[in-house]
Design a protein. Structure first.
Length: 288
């Protein structure tokens, strides 16, 4: 089922953050219906750097293509600002769509951007952002590919300005709205009330961020259609990696950490090594 058709249902979609083929395959096996390819997660893992606009459109496109090769689930991909002006945003749409994305999330920060839960963000004009949304809609190859318009205006211009910007982006052709970093449950609720029954809404849950962590059931009751947990997997893996390296340095062996990691056969089971080898043999027509 396409993401567009799935959003016609009432129950909320939980989209875990992924950043490569391994995390995408594990999330798929866990039973999720949609994945979120986080620009922050790619920056954290591929560059070892913060989410401040350092990743390139080609790096994100490569990650998207590898994930699409590993899972059939629809993927929402972080398009940041479109990586430039409206023409850059059109190129981003073409690249991402060809790589297998089901939805592109584009935001109204200046370029280079920064994480939506960091301070001192700056915004382009509402008209320029609306132009980007329209430009992307003009070149998408399929009507099934969705445009998610994000505004970061709450932290910069205030809550009312964020609502006004979101209205303009909806008029420009956005399929889903994403008002970033509401400061309270009351603001989350007010966003949902304002756009009730007009457009699907996306909420972003960042551990330690500006928005209070709210469960999927609660967000569904408020009126949200999608909730993303973009960087949680990286925070979990980074914590585990720190503990692993400390244990290895201290003990000179992985034995003390064995109950917290896969062994050789365990990881091969997760990534389907035996199945792939058997598939390869099935294509071998050499009878000698």
């Amino acid at each position: 089922m396409s993401l567009k058709k799935r959003l016609q249902q009432d129950n909320i979609l939980v989209a875990p953050g992924v950043y490569d083929g391994l995390t995408a395959s594990i999330a798929t096996e866990a039973g999720f219906e949609v994945l979120y390819l986080s620009g922050a997660a790619v920056s954290y893992t591929r560059l070892g750097r913060p989410d401040i606009g350092l990743t390139a459109v080609t790096e994100m496109t490569d990650a998207m293509a590898l994930i699409a090769d590993r899972t059939e689930l629809p993927v929402i991909i972080d398009a940041d600002t479109g990586f430039g002006n409206a023409l850059n945003a059109q190129r981003t749409m073409r690249l991402y769509e060809r790589a297998g994305a089901s939805a592109l999330q584009v935001e109204d920060q200046t370029y280079p951007k920064r994480c939506g839960h960091l301070a001192d963000k700056s915004l382009i004009s509402p008209g320029e952002m609306a132009g980007k949304v329209k430009a992307m809609a003009d070149v998408r190859n399929s009507d099934e590919t969705l445009i998610i318009a994000r505004t970061d205006a709450i932290a910069v211009e205030g809550f009312s300005a964020a609502i006004d910007r979101a209205e303009l982006y909806l008029e420009a052709g956005a399929d889903v709205l994403f008002i970033e970093a509401p400061r309270s449950r009351e603001q989350l609720s007010e966003v949902a009330r304002h756009f009730e029954n007009r457009v699907p809404l996306l909420a972003n849950m960042v551990e330690g961020g500006a928005t209070p962590i709210t469960g999927a059931d609660d967000l569904e009751e408020l009126g949200y259609s999608i909730v993303i947990f973009p960087g949680g997997i990286v925070r979990a893996i980074a914590r585990t990696a720190g503990d692993y390296y400390e244990s290895l340095r201290k003990n000179g062996s992985n034995r003390p950490f064995a109950d917290r990691m896969f062994d050789f056969d365990g990881l091969n089971s997760v990534i389907g090594t035996a199945e792939m080898l058997a598939k390869g043999v099935s294509y071998d027509r050499n009878e000698s």
